[in-house]
Design a binder for this molecule. Structure first.
Ligand code: 4AD
Ligand code: MG
Length: 441
């Protein structure tokens, strides 16, 4: 019978049929009289067995890993006790080589070796992406982005696409990437928040999935120079609404990726036992975090006890959330250590209605706040920050032409993935990571 062209993802529906599959030689084992090829097409894996003359043929004897081939044959279920991906095997009756990969010194396995120098593997990222772990993380990433859109659709929040090239800053001048824009100074966006705020009056609640850029000078496990930023802005909410919205978002996306037939099993492989976190998440005020840190003998940046106004740096933050081992909504940071646009807490003007969501093993995955809604107060904050008020008229006009209480947040895709997939660094969660000193391939 004619073979039907099949992607490996849907192989289970084809048992007993003659099929045609194409892909890359992921593994290869030549035995006397038999050749076993694990084929990979990006959607799945399939064991193919060649026998008889097909094994003796020169193209088989010279076949190399990562070559592309087309194989036809009948797909059989394997008896219990024999193992292969999906418990099936293709008994090949025809195959051809489409693209032969090099052998010898240039062979794939000589170039990309697990455990090799990370910077070499980053130079060869285009090849390293073919590895089982990296490709698993990228599949989880794809499912996560679907989960995000699924959540916002459920919540009737509209997607917009703000610009990447901007002339305003959101999170401080020190991490701006500057560029020449037809002779004017412009920047790569740090956050689309201000643009989202401008959409509320016309579109209602909005979100975006957009690259953000940060000229971070430090090398850390969780900082990239370019990352995929998911941001949302919600009108006529209060701070409590914001916190419960963030909690709903996390539960919804975790449920989605775990239930997804592709990403669910991959997450269990990468991070056994990973599950939907229990709600409600712990809510902890900044001042209580300081108390917790001091009680546990963790020191601030100067090696002293934490005091009001101190930044809780990455190591201390992670120590705390790893010990508590549960998501923490850390709230009410002091005005001085937070961004200029944040609304003050009416009950304690020293602090802001701000929140960082901390996850075990990663720390901060989300940062958000209520926004200053009063025109004069925002103007004053802009001036205090040393920014040119005219360049922010597009933001202050939101307060002039019908202000509203509103708030929002940004979520780092690579950090969430590091949490899902138990990766040591966010670099493993980006397709082609950019960080200090690396902008290629
Ligand atoms: O806390 P951040 O800087 O907050 C903002 O940009 C707000 N304007 C967002 C908003 O309210 N719309 O960044 C938000 C999140 C962080 O919690 C973190 O997960 C991620 O973005 N992030 C980074 N991820 C990777 N590399 C970096 N250099 C990151 N900087 C922030
Ligand atoms: Mg932050």
């Amino acid at each position: 019978p004619a073979a039907s062209k099949t992607k490996l993802l849907s192989i289970q529906d084809k048992i007993g049929q003659r099929i045609a599959v194409s892909g890359w030689v992921h593994r290869l084992r030549l035995q006397k009289g038999l050749a076993f090829i694990t084929l990979r097409d990006g959607s799945g894996f399939l064991q193919c067995v060649l026998s008889g003359d097909m094994v003796k043929a020169r193209q088989t004897q010279e076949l190399t890993l990562e070559s592309t081939i087309l194989v036809k044959g009948v797909l059989n279920k394997l008896p219990d006790g024999k193992s292969a991906p999906g418990g099936v095997e293709l008994k090949a009756d025809y195959y051809e080589v489409i693209g032969l990969a090099p052998s010898g010194e240039d062979a794939f396995t000589n170039k990309v070796q697990e455990g090799a120098d990370p910077s070499l593997l980053l130079d060869l990222r285009h090849l390293a992406l073919r590895g089982e772990t990296l490709s698993a993380v990228m599949k989880v990433r794809s499912s996560f982005l679907a989960a995000i859109r699924n959540f916002y659709i459920k919540e009737h929040i509209r997607e917009v696409t703000p610009p990447c090239m901007v002339q305003s800053q959101v999170e401080g001048g020190s991490t701006l990437f500057k560029m020449d824009y037809y002779g004017q100074e412009a920047f790569l966006t740090q956050s689309s928040q201000l643009y989202l705020e401008t959409c509320l009056p016309s579109l209602g609640d909005v979100y975006c999935i957009q690259e953000s850029f940060r000229a971070e000078k430090s090398h850390t496990r969780r900082h990239l120079s370019e990352y995929t930023h998911i941001e949302a802005e919600l009108a006529f909410i209060d701070f409590d609404d914001l916190l419960s919205h963030i909690e709903r978002l996390i539960v919804s996306v975790v449920t989605y990726v775990l239930e997804d037939p592709v990403s669910g099993p991959l997450i269990q492989q990468l991070n056994p036992g990973f599950n939907i976190p229990k709600t409600p998440f712990m809510r902890m005020k900044y001042v209580d975090a300081l108390k917790w840190l001091n009680e546990h003998g963790i020191k601030n940046e100067e090696g002293q006890e934490f005091k009001f106004g101190d930044d809780i740096a990455e190591a201390a933050e992670r120590k705390m959330v790893d010990t508590i081992d549960h998501p923490i909504l850390l709230t009410h940071f002091p005005v001085e250590i937070k961004s200029f646009y944040m609304q003050k807490d009416p009950e304690d003007l020293r602090v802001t209605e701000s929140v960082d969501l901390l996850m075990p093993n990663v720390g901060e995955v989300t940062g958000g706040s209520m926004r200053i809604k009063d025109y004069d107060e925002l103007m004053a904050a802009i001036k205090r920050e040393g920014l040119d008020a005219d360049s922010y008229a597009f933001l202050t006009d939101q307060r002039k032409y019908g202000t509203s209480p509103h708030g929002g947040y940004g979520l780092g895709t690579e950090r969430i993935l590091a949490w899902f997939c138990d990766r040591f660094t966010v670099r493993d969660c980006s397709l082609y990571p950019r960080f200090t000193g690396r902008c290629k391939p």
